[in-house]
Design a protein around this ligand. Structure first.
Ligand code: SAH
Length: 423
């Protein structure tokens, strides 16, 4: 076939697309078709487990047999994902007869359509054809993706230049500390922001990479006490959004885990400002993981409970039933617990939690400054004081602390792994 390929974006929503074959190639092709809203009709005697899961979930129709030419009746596109050249050629012939474009995994030259290498960035799709060499297409796609990840601000939705039209707010979880632990979506929104309102616990490196014209509001520098400061943050979010800006409220970990994200959402909603929430990797799970502690483990813990320790157990303001927590077998994760750690552990002990319960404390998890202390419920408060651990830190109590002991270096790759005594 000669001539350059003619690029198109096919709008497949509600349109029949036939996939012939149920193996690895079909498994890779089907998700993008489903994402496009296509009515996928899969013809194959057998399926991979992943394809079977799509069938079981009712996402596509499966004909458990070999291809028959009239499978293509009413179709807009066909993907041939089988190795048998004769069978594939018969699909091609049936497609040509019906003037249906036919993608051939087995034979590019025989195909009437080629699938590009793709990278998606919000509303933008970049598709690359490699002139017959799929590896070249992928290499170019990877280069474009890398470029776009750095300069994504340039892709802000056209037609809504900042400062005009209605603004909006995104509450974005920044993850626990390692800048690579933000989500792909969170990162994209961050690169699109006009205004970023960041917490103290937000990884500094994420902010380093913002465009120079982005207004950065450091929420931890707002004077006044905590409740006035929160009102002030709410006011900044609403004011900037009403002025037409896209405001990213960047919060440590997950926005809804002790992050006051709900209050900010309510404040925006009250002012009629649209809000998107992007969940984040929470330190309550990531900090234990970074220290080699899984919050659940088969045969060890079937539950984990996350609790804030910022209010002392005997305070009338406490909303936590420490007595009940003492009776749980599973994992207990305490955030903001260092200041009250002696009172918390004493309360758990008093209500019968065994003093030998394994404990770990992880300070500044997933950063280069990470410190890990291993101890027991009975000794952890004194040990923390002795080695001088400081907030932010997560305390994890339960048998899971020892579940992976002896497995060698553990933790989240790329994170710091400085360790503090107490084997
Ligand atoms: N929304 C956050 C938690 C905010 S409360 C999240 O989902 O992670 C703040 C507390 O989180 C800190 O006092 C500390 O207990 C914990 N924390 C946050 N980041 C941490 C980190 N990198 N290492 C250890 N603890 C962390």
């Amino acid at each position: 076939m000669s001539g350059n390929p003619y690029p198109l974006g096919l709008r497949l929503a509600g349109r029949r697309v036939v996939v012939v074959g149920g193996g690895a190639v079909a498994t890779r092709r089907v998700p993008a078709l489903l994402d496009a809203g296509a009515l996928v009709f899969l013809v194959a005697p057998e399926l991979t487990p992943a394809l079977r899961a799509h069938v079981d979930a009712g996402r596509l129709h499966w004909a458990p047999r070999r291809f028959a030419p009239d499978d293509l009746d009413g179709a807009w596109l066909v993907h041939v994902a089988i190795d048998d050249p004769l069978a594939a050629a018969s699909v091609s012939a049936a497609a040509a007869e019906r003037r249906i474009f036919c993608v051939r995994a087995d034979d590019r030259a025989a195909a009437t359509a080629w699938t590009p290498a793709v990278t998606r960035h919000g509303p933008v799709t970049v598709a690359v054809l490699g002139g017959g060499d799929p590896r070249r297409a992928m290499a170019v796609r990877d280069a474009v993706r890398a470029l776009l990840e750095v300069r994504e601000g340039a892709l802000t939705t056209p037609g809504t230049p900042s400062g005009t039209g209605p603004g909006r707010v995104a509450l974005v979880g920044a993850g626990p500390g390692d800048p690579e632990l933000i989500t792909v979506k969170g990162w994209r929104l961050l690169t699109e922001a006009d205004v970023v309102v960041a917490d103290r616990l937000v990884p500094g490196l994420l902010l380093d990479e913002l465009r120079a014209d982005v207004e950065l509001v450091d929420a931890s520098k707002i004077p006044y006490g905590p409740s006035r400061a929160q009102e002030e943050i709410n006011r900044i979010l609403v004011d900037r959004a009403l002025a037409g800006k896209f405001v990213v409220r960047l919060k440590g970990g997950d926005p809804y885990v002790f992050g006051r994200g709900g209050e900010e959402l309510l404040a925006c909603a009250a002012a009629g400002v649209p809000v998107t929430v992007v969940p984040g990797v929470t330190s309550s799970i990531a900090a234990p993981a970074a220290a080699g502690v899984p919050v659940t483990h088969r045969g060890v813990a079937h539950e984990f409970t996350v609790v804030s320790g910022h209010v002392a157990p005997d305070s009338p303001a406490s909303l936590v039933r420490w007595d009940a927590l003492a009776g749980l077998r599973g994992t207990l994760v305490v955030l903001m617990g260092l200041k009250n750690l002696a009172a918390i552990t004493a309360t758990l002990l008093a209500h019968g939690k065994p003093a030998r319960t394994p404990a770990a404390v992880v300070q500044e998890a997933t950063t280069g400054a990470q410190r890990v202390l291993r101890s027991t419920l009975g000794a952890v408060a004194a040990d923390v004081a002795a080695v001088g651990l400081r907030p932010p830190a997560v305390v994890v109590l339960g048998d899971v602390v020892d579940a992976l002991a002896g497995a060698g270096p553990a933790g989240i790759p790329g994170s710091g792994s400085g360790s503090t005594g107490q084997g």
